[in-house]
Write a protein that binds this ligand. Sequence first.
Ligand code: ADP
Ligand code: MG
Length: 345
Amino acid sequence: PRIRRLEESVVNRIAAGEVIQRPSSAVKELVENSIDAGASTVSVTVKDGGLKLIQVSDDGHGIRCEDLPILCERHTTSKLSAYEDLQTIKSMGFRGEALASMTYVGHVTVTTITEGQLHGYRVSYRDGVMENDPKPCAAVKGTQVMVENLFYNMVARRKTLQNSNDDYPKIVDFISRFAVHHINVNFSCRKHGANRADVHSGSTSSRLDAIRNVYGASVVRDLMEIQVSDENAVDEIFKMDGFISNANYVAKKTTMILFINDRLVDCTSLKRATEFVYSAILPQASKPFIYMSINLPPEHVDVNIHPTKKEVSLLNQERIIEKIKDAIEEKLMNCNNTRIFQTQA
Ligand code: ADP
Ligand code: MG
């Protein structure tokens, strides 16, 4: 068979489908953009599990009118310029692909205003390009991004998502996680038309308050603070701060909220190791609740191994996991002993 070059629009749509795998991945990207923009309030509204509408509004720094024409082109970003910057980058975004991807698989409308402007601008995008010149409009501080009809042009994807239970619980889960880490940002998440928000984090200066606002007082009652640091080692510096559930906590499923250098990520091996410690020390006990924030020198973390940036790879991962495991073990042993002591007394 003859080899042909794919049309650019086909390439872009395929790539977009990898970055935006489901409605919740669009929400994650949009919320990360809001946090990168320095927002202190982030409000999310979702209709039909995100397939009909996802709307994220923030009070961040906004987007300059001059930048709007290229905002949704692939590989346009205000965050990265040289490849080397990837080593030290603090923002969650860096590739300029999220907004572009959304325009290849949905209809995107942006309303934004920057500081000192008298009015904002609204503009819609499709397949990476502006559909019209930005229209002046009334706007409050920050940016609102609306994504409609996600995957309208990907029949199979839309069907599976419609059949599977909708993505709304995943979206609520993401926002809850962000709220526990970014405690000074006020997050809310609701279904379109609903009066009540399903997440409303408030803004606080205490991590436990944030966890209480999102996961409830009963969770907070059974948490212990944990800290690990390995700063004396010559070849490695890492710090972990967090909260972990004690022997009284009851749940059927593990909740593991993990941030590495302020990025929300998954780390299957760390999760497994943690669950293993719990089941070894508290055999009848339930699955744990874990919040961990790990900080490493940026050059020890490769953030660019996965299209959704969901997994990162760490230098000395095994050693870090071992250290954390030991710390959890110690905490659990202590609290378990106290518990036995209390029951006996
Ligand atoms: P990235 O986040 O990797 O830079 P995106 O496609 O997510 O790429 O966003 C492109 C650019 O649009 C960002 O670099 C940023 O300058 C701007 N932007 C996107 N969302 C917002 C927002 N909510 N507030 C301010 N600027 C934004
Ligand atoms: Mg981004």
